[in-house]
Ligand binder design. Structure first.
Ligand code: NCD
Length: 335
C-alpha cells in the first residue's frame, strides 16, 4: 500500500493555475477549497439559489444523458443520498456503489487508479468519490479525464459539505455575507475534514473571527491555523465551551472521529469532553445558529433539537441545492 501524500504537497499541487476554478466549471475536478476563488463560490451559490427557486413548471431535467457514478469507500448517509437524489432530480443516470472497499474489485486488490479508469471506460461523465485517503481525489483526478467531485477525502477535505454549510450560514443568519460573523468550531478539529474545508472557505469569503474549541489532543492542525492567520483571520483557541458559545454567531459542532483514533481508550477519553446541552445553549446568543455536519453521536444532546437555533436538519437540505448546482456546472449544462 502506498503512503498518501502529506497535506502540504497535495495543496501545493492544487494551487497551480491549471487546477484553479474561476467561473468556468465545465469539465473541472472539485477536490479542495484551495481551487476556489470568491467569484467561483458566488457562482455556485447563485446557481443553487436559481435551481431551488425555479417554479415547478420551469424545473427541467437538464442532466438527461449525463451519467454519474457515485463511488463511496467510507460510510455515509447524507452525502451519498443527496448526491444520488440531486442527480436524479435533474434527470441524470446515476449509479451509486456504497461500500466500495467491500463490494468493488478494491476488495480483490484493485487500485483506485484502475477503478476510476474502468468507470471512465463505461461511459461516465462525472465521478463523485468518497475515500479514506487524503490524496484520493487528487489521485483519481490525475488518473482519468472524467471530472472528479470530492465527497470527502480522508481527514483532509470535504468541499461540497463546506459549500452547503456556507449556504446554511447565509440563509440562517440572513446576512448578505459572512464578513462580520464570529464562527465557533467545536469538537474534533484535528481529524474532522468538514472543519478543515469550512474554515478555509469562510476565510476565502471574508470571515475574520474564528474560535476553535477542542480538547488539547484534538486541536486544529497547526499548518491550517497558520494559513488562516496569514489571511488576517483572528483566531482564539480554547477548551471552554460555556464561555466560547457566548461570543458565537455560528456554533459548528462536530463528532469525535472514532475511526482515526489509535486506541479505544484514547477515543473514550476524548469523546465526552464537550457536549452541547440546553444549559450550554442558554449561554449562547438568541440569534446564534447551531450547526453540525452530522452524524451526531453524543456531542449534541437530543434535548437541543427543539431549540429554534438548532439548524442541523435544515442544514442537510442545503446539500441538495449545492450538489444540484455542482452537477449542473461541472457537466457543462449550466454555466
Ligand atoms: C461528515 C464526514 O463524512 O466528514 N459527514 C458528512 O458528510 N455530513 C462528518 C462526520 O463523519 O463526522
Amino acid at each position: 500500500m502506498s503512503v498518501p501524500l502529506p497535506p502540504d504537497q497535495i495543496f501545493a499541487v492544487l494551487r497551480a493555475p491549471s487546477w484553479q476554478i474561476d467561473t468556468r466549471f465545465a469539465g473541472k475536478d472539485l477536490i479542495s477549497i484551495e481551487q476556489l476563488r470568491a467569484s467561483s463560490v458566488r457562482r455556485i451559490l447563485a446557481v443553487a439559489d436559481h435551481l431551488e427557486n425555479l417554479p415547478p413548471a420551469y424545473q427541467k431535467p437538464i442532466l438527461t444523458d449525463i451519467n454519474i457514478a457515485v463511488l463511496f469507500y467510507q460510510p455515509s448517509t447524507r452525502t451519498y443520498f443527496s448526491f444520488m437524489r440531486a442527480g436524479q432530480l435533474l434527470g441524470a443516470n446515476v449509479i451509486g456503489i456504497h461500500g466500495m472497499d467491500n463490494f468493488s474489485s478494491a476488495y480483490k486488490g484493485e487500485t483506485l487508479i484502475d477503478t476510476v479508469r474502468t468507470i471512465e471506460a463505461l461511459a461516465t461523465d462525472i465521478i463523485v468519490l468518497r475515500h479514506f485517503d487524503d490524496d484520493s481525489a487528487l489521485i483519481a483526478a490525475n488518473a482519468t479525464s472524467v471530472p472528479i467531485i470530492n465527497a470527502g477525502s480522508g481527514k483532509l477535505e470535504h468541499p461540497t459539505q463546506a459549500l452547503l454549510d456556507l449556504r446554511t450560514i447565509l440563509v440562517e443568519t440572513g446576512q448578505p455575507s459572512v464578513e462580520g460573523l464570529t464562527v465557533l468550531f467545536v469538537g474534533d478539529l484535528k481529524n474532522g475534514r468538514t472543519v478543515h474545508s469550512l474554515s478555509k472557505l469562510l476565510a476565502l469569503m471574508g470571515c475574520r473571527r474564528f474560535i476553535f474549541d477542542s480538547p488539547p489532543q484534538l486541536k486544529m492542525p497547526r499548518n491550517l491555523v497558520d494559513q488562516l492567520a496569514l489571511q488576517d483571520v483572528v483566531i482564539e483557541e480554547t477548551n471552554n465551551l460555556p464561555l466560547a458559545v457566548q461570543y458565537a454567531d455560528v456554533i459548528y459542532d462536530t463528532r469525535v472521529q472514532k475511526e482515526w483514533f489509535r486506541s479505544d481508550a484514547d477515543y473514550q477519553q476524548a469523546k465526552d469532553s464537550q457536549q452541547i446541552t440546553p444549559a450550554i445553549m442558554s449561554e449562547a446568543k438568541s440569534t446564534a445558529v447551531l450547526m453540525h455536519p452530522l452524524p451526531r453521536v453524543d456531542e449534541i444532546s437530543p434535548d437541543v433539537d427543539a431549540d429554534p437555533r438548532a439548524a442541523y436538519f435544515r442544514q442537510v437540505n442545503h446539500g441538495l441545492a449545492i450538489r444540484k448546482a455542482l452537477l449542473a456546472l461541472i457537466s457543462g449544462r449550466m454555466s
